[in-house]
Design a protein around this ligand. Structure first.
Ligand SMILES: *Cc1c(COP(=O)(O)O)cnc(C)c1O
Length: 221
């Protein structure tokens, strides 16, 4: 199937749900991204800063670029002028840097906080307590050039669907707990969860934003 057919197929599958499709184009050349663009796709996700910057420079300027991968503080400055959403924020230190660079660019940058929901060991993602601490931190309240618009999570890479359901449900549960947080720089609307292998489960469990790569562009090397 072509990229266009893959996108049409995906949109057909998710059409009954209010869910945003982020086309994950990491490692894929500009020609293929242009193909998806020509099929109507406007939101793309990348996980490496340099690659994101290179692609943003030459591809259509109305693309909405999402940074979906782990982000190092010293690289925030390169994407701050244009990035639309950063999915994987997992520390106050990183948020402070995003705020600083957003201020320099006279912007407010939307961010998602990554929550560790998988059973797998991973360095990335906040626990429920860490999320609480972050939102209650005095320094956080002072960040006027960021807006936390939701939570992001990745389920364990497993065939055990019960487990995947459980992990995604835990993210939705956490989102519900914090949804009414009333701060000028918090407006929780999005739950970013679901990839090529598990997005139907993620949608069943309340995802508002799926990040799909290989089901659109084919497998990566
Ligand atoms: C690569 C990646 C995806 C997409 O993965 P696929 O299995 O190809 O759909 C989604 N989210 C993140 C954070 C990724 O790094």
């Amino acid at each position: 199937m072509s990229i266009k057919e893959n996108i049409i197929h995906l949109k057909e599958k998710i059409k009954a749900n209010p869910v945003t499709l982020v086309a994950v184009s990491k490692t894929k050349p500009n020609e293929l991204i242009q193909e998806a663009y020509d099929a109507g796709q406007r939101i793309f996700g990348e996980n490496k800063v340099q690659e994101l910057v290179n692609k943003q420079e030459v591809l259509p300027q109305d693309i909405e670029w999402h940074m979906i991968g782990h982000l190092q503080s010293n690289k925030v400055k390169y994407i701050a002028p244009f990035v639309n959403l950063i999915h994987a924020i997992d520390s106050l230190k990183l948020l402070k840097e995003v705020n600083k660079q957003a201020l320099k660019n006279d912007r407010i940058i939307n961010c998602l906080l990554q929550i560790h929901i998988a059973e797998e060991e991973s360095k990335f993602g906040l626990s429920e307590n860490e999320l609480k601490e972050l939102l209650n931190n005095e320094a956080f309240a002072k960040l006027k050039n960021i807006c936390v618009v939701g939570l992001m999570g990745m389920a364990t890479y497993t065939h055990n669907e019960t487990q995947i359901h459980k992990e995604f449900a835990s993210l939705t549960h956490l989102f519900t707990q914090f949804k009414d947080t009333s701060m000028p720089n918090v407006n929780l609307k999005e739950i970013s969860m679901g990839m090529s292998g598990d997005y139907p489960i993620a949608i069943e469990e309340g995802s508002t934003m799926i990040r799909v790569g290989s089901a659109i562009f084919g497998s990566r090397n």
